[in-house]
Design a protein around this ligand. Structure first.
Ligand code: B30
Ligand code: ZN
Length: 229
């Protein structure tokens, strides 16, 4: 039988390309990356990223899929990115962060995964660091702990418009899924400023997630990162 990918031992990220035969894991446009601010190309485009996050979007369920904690969303929250509409599908977490900014690793990274009608994917990445407590994390963590493989129905509304993302500076580049099959042509948007959650919230998330579920930094190769201010 097939060995399943993981974050440690014989099926860790260094082995993904061998064990996932038809994957892109050996590709040249992989994620995550270390974003070096002074090397990014600064640009300002009006309305490149617009949020259509509603105050009452339904979270269908949460699953511990063995590689992360993932919340699945009912259709309702959208972003308009580069003149295309993307629907929020799911949110999941990594610890510590996968992306780095100027070499800095954050305790948490949140991925908001969006897809367009034509099948394109945009992932918004938000770094998380310790400080004041966050109502939003309080909500997400209220469904933990969750055993590996377990799924819980939720059907409650959440207000992601309370995430302070509107008009915030971000980096963007073309990359891949950070897990097998490491599919390329993913639009990445990484917010420059981290969001704040409490020490306790970070701990609770870390204790209830697959440990060290991050992929190491991938080479930038010939790609250019844009800095949107
Ligand atoms: S990430 O944001 O780059 N970490 C997928 C979405 C986002 C990222 C990585 C992967 C994805 O959609 N993968 C294919 C579907 N998955 C199921 C899933 O959504 O959770 C299949 C799988 O990997 O075995 Cu886990
Ligand atoms: Zn992810």
């Amino acid at each position: 039988t097939n060995k399943h990918w993981s974050y440690n031992g014989e099926t860790s990220p260094e082995h993904w390309a061998e064990i996932e035969k038809n994957s892109d894991c050996n590709g040249h446009q992989q994620s995550p990356i270390n974003i070096i601010h002074i090397k990014a190309d600064s640009i300002h485009v009006e309305n490149e990223l617009k949020f259509e996050y509603k105050p009452n979007t339904i979270v269908n369920d949460v699953e511990n899929n063995g590689h992360s904690i993932q919340f699945d969303f009912e259709a309702g929250d959208y972003i308009d990115y580069k003149n295309e509409r993307y629907c929020l599908k799911q949110i999941h977490f990594h610890e510590p962060s996968e992306h780095k900014i100027d070499g800095i690793i954050y305790p948490i990274e949140i991925h908001l995964v969006h897809t367009s009608k034509s099948g394109k994917v945009t992932v918004l990445a938000i770094l998380g660091k310790e400080g004041e407590e966050s109502q939003l994390f309080e909500f997400f963590e209220s469904f933990l702990p969750l055993e590996s493989g377990a799924k819980k129905e939720i059907h409650e509304s959440v207000d992601l418009s309370s995430f302070p993302l509107k008009d915030k500076e971000y980096y963007s580049y073309g990359g891949s899924f950070t897990t097998p099959p490491c599919t390329e042509s993913i639009n990445w948007v990484v917010f420059k400023e981290p969001v704040i959650l409490s020490v306790e919230e970070v701990l609770k998330l870390k204790e209830n997630m697959p440990i060290n579920n991050y992929r190491n930094e991938q080479p930038l190769n010939d790609r250019i990162v844009q800095y949107h201010f």
